[in-house]
Design a protein around this ligand. Sequence first.
Ligand SMILES: Nc1ncnc2c1ncn2[C@@H]1O[C@H](COP(=O)(O)OP(=O)(O)OP(=O)(O)O)[C@@H](O)[C@H]1O
Ligand SMILES: [Mg+2]
Length: 237
Amino acid sequence: MTLLELDSISVHYGRIQAIRDMSFSVEEGEIVSLIGANGAGKTTTMKTISGLLNPSSGAIRFLGQDITKMKAHIRVVHGISQAPEGRGIFPGMTVLENLDMGAFGRKDRSGMGADMERVFDLFPRLKERQKQLGGTMSGGEQQMLAIGRALMSNPKLLLLDEPSMGLAPQFIRQIFRIVTEINRQGTTVLLVEQNANQALARADRAFVLETGEITHSGTGKELLANPAIKEAYLGVG
Ligand SMILES: Nc1ncnc2c1ncn2[C@@H]1O[C@H](COP(=O)(O)OP(=O)(O)OP(=O)(O)O)[C@@H](O)[C@H]1O
Ligand SMILES: [Mg+2]
């Protein structure tokens, strides 16, 4: 079943067009990766899906419903949750308070408790550090907190914008393993990454974005094997 559908989406910042007539879909249960160079429009795409930016034309559908004009916080209720680029946690709040913010507006106490347990199982470090201020957590820990917070709304679709950015290799491997585990538990994932190798290896399908347009698409394996993509994004000729 199709979870998310972008239909001829264009996004402008003033006169600058950042996304050009973009169409793609995400099926329920998939990991879909979006790769591309700096400034290609990856974050813009994610913010348009989460509702932080409005497209200038085109439509977005979620589970068949047109959500193009829906406010961001209502999209969260419908099941779209974003862990933003640069982490965006609340530095003056504890780990526990940050996680509670991710469940903002929820009233199903038992479901929230279960999701907190899920987050602590995925990230034991967050359980150990519940009372520590978010801003004093290490970079990798803050990334875990950002993903954990996004999971606290029990999303159908998790949007991850560069979860591996700035992390040491062992943290990068761990984050990608956890992303795969989150997906295995039933959450559909749309992943934006500079780390193209891992992002393609973990993806069911992937898209390459160049200056606001999709230039390649295929399974993760197909794109990993594509010589043009190898040369441009995987650091091998
Ligand atoms: N608030 C803004 N005002 C004007 N232009 C913007 C704004 N935000 C982004 N842009 C421009 O839109 C284009 C796409 O930016 P975007 O942040 O989506 O790229 P990205 O693929 O996420 O890049 P990166 O890999 O560096 O995070 C860039 O040319 C950028 O300069
Ligand atoms: Mg970005």
